[in-house]
Structure formats: C-alpha cells, structure tokens
Design a protein around this ligand. Structure first.
Ligand code: FE
Length: 198
C-alpha cells in the first residue's frame, strides 16, 4: 500500500495523518521520561477517558505533544520549522481542523505548567524530574502578572485539566489502547468543528 498524500491536509485525511505520525514516530523517546512519545500521549488520553472526560478533552490530551514532530509539518508551516516551540507548532497544525478548545489546550500546555507552579505550589510535587528541568528552560513559574493574564483565558479550566493528564502520562507500567482506538473520536471532534457546533 503506498503512503497517502498528506501534502494537502483535509478534514477527511487529518486523522489518518496524525495516526501515521503516531505509527512512524511514536516510538521516539520522550527525553528524560520512561515512556515513548506515543505512550505518553496515549496515557494522557487513557486517563482522560477513564475519568469520563468529554471527547474534546480526551483528544486534546492525545494530541497535546504532536508538535514535537515539527518536521512532519514542514509542508504547511514554511516559515518556521526548527526553532519553533512545540506547543505552538502543534496548535498550528491542528488549528484548521479542531475546535479552539483543543488548540488552546495544546498551545498552552507548557504555559499551564508555568501557571500551576506559580498559582498552586503543591503542583510542583506532581512534576517529574525532567519536567522540572524543562520548566527552568521554559521560563520558570509565571510572575503574578502572567498568572493574572493567563486566568483570563476562557478555556483555563480545560487547559489545566489537560495539563494534569499530560503530567499523569509518564508511567512505565501502563498498557494503553492504540491510536486506532481514539481515531473515530478524533474524527468526531473534527466533524463537530466543521458542523460549527463547538
Ligand atoms: Fe506532554
């Protein structure tokens, strides 16, 4: 079977495109964590699903780190590929196809860590060593002004929720369902977006 043409992404092929990234690139290591990139994102989705979250939250957790594979998106973000922050890259690729809520959860999952470290000191205990290390590279906890500004985002609650699933998805002892389990759900979220219901 030849590889589908993903140079033009559409609502019909975006889910297969994302699944293809999971298949081909998902085995890559998640720096400093005991899970691969695919395991990490699938675990986040797993915990969200287990908690009975709405599909937009499960899908946000599933796709939050998709921007780590920025080289996959070269065809439609011509101006920046290498030094782009992964959360922006992810939000950019998902933007045309997913509800704003999903895009916000992806775009702000790093900011949410900086936010929670400042707003909820007990949150630091949840973070893995690697995550604390990257926190420092990402600017450390937010300042009071940044916290106030971040809290103005109407999707704050969901952004924080997805951040918690992100942090939970770093276990070396958890079998998850494959991307194909979530594919119909991802498609539903895309379809709902185009129906204008979200
Ligand atoms: Fe993550």
């Amino acid at each position: 079977m030849s590889k589908p043409d993903y140079t033009t992404l559409t609502p019909e092929n975006i889910v297969a495109f994302l699944g293809d990234i999971f298949t081909r690139r998902g085995g890559e290591e998640y720096l400093g964590e005991p899970v691969t990139m695919a395991e990490h994102m699938l675990q986040g989705a797993h915990f969200a699903e287990q908690a009975g979250e709405p599909e937009v939250i499960i899908v946000s957790a599933l796709l939050h780190d998709i921007g780590h594979f920025t080289s996959e998106f070269g065809t439609f973000s011509m101006d920046d590929t290498t030094d782009k922050f992964h959360e922006d890259a992810g939000a950019e690729v998902l933007g045309p196809f997913f509800p704003n809520l999903v895009t916000d959860c992806v775009r702000y999952h790093v900011a949410a860590k900086r936010y929670l470290c400042a707003a909820k000191p007990s949150y630091l205990k949840r973070l893995s060593e690697a995550s604390i290390h990257s926190l420092n590279l990402q600017g450390g906890p937010m300042s009071a002004d940044e916290v106030a500004e971040f809290e103005e985002n109407p999707n704050l609650k969901e952004i924080v929720k997805v951040r918690y699933y992100d942090d939970a998805g770093k276990r070396d002892d958890l079998e998850t369902k494959p991307f194909s389990h979530y594919a119909p759900m991802v498609q539903r979220v895309v379809d709902t977006h185009f129906e204008g219901d979200v």
